[in-house]
Design a protein. Structure first.
Length: 303
């Protein structure tokens, strides 16, 4: 089982547990930490308790601000937090005001810290990411609604296993082209739409004849965009072709994945001996998928 699924499913269960209907979002988050820790030990054994807590509170408050079916107290809390956090351009100013205004309520713990971080991030188009001992803001990415998670759930094991096989196939193709792909674990349980590929950092080293620094491959984002692309409303939804009628078209999934993975590899192959812009033009001419030029690539072109 993917840790990210266990986390999201556990939070959804806590939010709708009848035994907790008279509680509040803060106390439900406390319960979510305990529940997920128990589930984790049952599924995976012991782990870093602090990392698990950071993962739970971050995921819980993300869902709090994006829930499709907010509870009445969640609506009230969310409205107040959005209204007040949006007044402050600086997170530090927002944090200082809240601590002073709610001095009797606020406690210096992960739950309250994440409430303030996520509220400010939500109103300023950021996401909150956690590491081993801290959080940081990153540019906002589209969110996977819980309803789409449950649509994916029946197919999750088969789809995740297929991606593992296709990625191994792709790594062999990189090796044949004289690239070296390496991976290292990250202190992150991942986003469900990435199917575990964002729990590692993938980097690719260029062939010996190239004098370029290694590149980071965002495999998790590639996987997410294949399975659950961003819709017109910014939220992610199951691909309408691959998952038509809530069944998996394996042929469509394999072909799409090989095309997306292959496009990234082909662009790198062309970039060994060509400037970035020329490589992109040739890749497009060959029919490969070429995304928008990122800022870092633009800088390379200018240099």
């Amino acid at each position: 089982m993917l840790p990210a699924f266990l986390l999201r499913a556990g939070i959804d269960w806590i939010r709708h547990d009848e035994k907790l209907k008279d509680s509040n979002p803060y106390s439900r988050c406390q319960q979510a930490i305990q529940t997920f820790s128990d589930l984790w030990r049952q599924q995976f054994g012991r782990s870093d308790d602090n990392l698990l807590e950071l993962a739970v509170v971050t995921s819980y408050w993300n869902e709090f601000f994006h829930a499709e079916d907010p509870l009445q107290d969640e609506k009230e809390w969310r409205e107040g937090l959005v209204k007040r956090s949006s007044r402050y351009d600086s997170f530090e100013d927002w944090q200082t005001w809240f601590k002073k205004e709610y001095i009797k309520l606020y406690k210096d713990n992960n739950i309250w810290n994440c409430i303030l971080l996520t509220a400010w991030a939500h109103t300023h188009q950021y996401d909150v990411k956690y590491g081993e001992e801290s959080w940081k803001f990153s540019p906002s990415r589209s969110y996977l609604p819980t309803s789409q998670m449950w649509r994916l759930e029946p197919h999750l094991p088969a789809v995740a296993d297929l991606f593992k096989e296709l990625w191994l196939e792709e790594m062999r193709a990189y090796d044949a082209a004289q690239f070296v792909v390496s991976e290292s674990p990250l202190p992150f349980l991942g986003r469900l739409e990435c199917l575990g590929f964002d729990t590692k950092q993938f980097s690719v080293s260029w062939p010996p004849r190239s004098n370029k620094a290694s590149e980071i491959l965002d495999v998790g984002e590639m996987v997410a965009n294949i399975v659950l692309p961003q819709g017109d409303d910014w939220y992610r939804k199951l691909d309408s072709i691959i998952f038509a009628n809530d069944c998996v078209d394996i042929t469509a999934l394999v072909n799409r994945t090989r095309y997306v993975f292959g496009s990234q590899r082909r662009l790198l192959e062309l970039s060994v001996d060509k400037p970035v812009n020329e490589a992109r033009m040739q890749a497009l001419a060959e029919g490969w998928l070429v995304g928008e030029l990122e800022e870092k690539d633009s800088e390379k072109k200018e240099n």
